[in-house]
Design a protein around this ligand. Structure first.
Ligand code: ATP
Length: 240
């Protein structure tokens, strides 16, 4: 469902090699965790997948589509939740959500049904009439999540989605991610919360200094790490 082939990206005219020739092949129905220390290259990779940063080299394929040759086609399959939910401050929550619904062409009845469901689930129904400027970080995060879920995407990409969410909403989001995969959708997310990755993910990749240093199921990672039992130990060992 998502394939990265020899993807690289540098900043400052090559002075910072943020992502260094990475390859990933993520299957339909898979929930995939992308881990790495601060500055490892996670957000840069994600931005190249969703069409916000052009790779210096390499290919991104979403479904059967080259994401940089046919960007609209690729984006119609993707929903993206960025690490920083800085959205249109001067819109009301409901205006932003209807904008998202319009962009993805979600019919009125389906839109209302989904909005009711997610706004209730994230306990944010009462705030949708207020300006986004008045929202807390977590409330903005919930509005972005709701907007991203409206289109029932084939590929759901989230950059550190648990940050700022209260425990109940984080739990609900994890349930949604699992359910989407059970329905054949694909979820790719970055996180610093190793317990979430360990419990939720079918496979995990660890990126360090722009390179993939580990890739596989928890069992495979453990098998390679000899006596290092927990994901925390494996992570610390590989990202020293
Ligand atoms: N716009 C930019 N200009 C210059 N350098 C950048 C830019 N964005 C990121 N970098 C650098 O690229 C590298 C990778 O950054 P990136 O944001 O992809 O890491 P990350 O793994 O998402 O980190 P974090 O966990 O802290 O969010 C870092 O060295 C960072 O300083």
């Amino acid at each position: 469902m998502l394939r990265l082939e020899n993807i690289s990206k540098s900043y400052n005219k090559g002075a910072i090699k943020a992502v260094d020739n990475i390859n990933l092949d993520i299957k339909k129905g898979e929930i995939f965790g992308f881990l790495g220390p601060n500055g490892a290259g996670k957000t840069t990779t994600i931005k190249m997948i969703v069409g916000l940063l052009k790779p210096d080299s390499g290919k991104v394929t979403v479904g059967t589509v080259d994401a940089w040759q046919e960007p609209i086609e690729a984006k119609s399959m993707i929903s993206y939740v960025p690490d920083n939910p800085e959205i249109y401050d001067r819109l009301k929550g409901i205006e932003y959500l209807n904008f998202m619904g319009d962009m993805y062409g979600i019919p009125k009845e389906e839109r209302e049904k989904k909005l009711n469901y997610y706004l209730e689930l994230f306990s944010i129904k009462d705030a949708v009439g207020d300006l986004i400027a008045s929202y807390s970080h977590g409330m903005k995060q919930k509005i972005v999540l709701t907007g991203a879920l409206l289109s029932n995407p084939d590929l759901f990409i989230l950059d550190e989605p648990m940050v700022g969410l209260d425990p109940k909403s984080a739990f609900n989001l994890k349930e949604i991610m699992r359910k989407m995969c059970d329905e054949g959708k694909t979820v790719f997310f970055s996180t610093h919360v190793l317990e979430v990755a360990e419990k939720l993910c079918d496979r995990i990749a660890i990126i360090n200094k722009g390179k993939i240093v580990a890739l596989g199921t928890m069992e495979e990672l453990k098998a390679h790490a000899e006596e290092k039992q927990s994901l925390e130990n494996i992570f610390l060992e590989l990202t020293e």
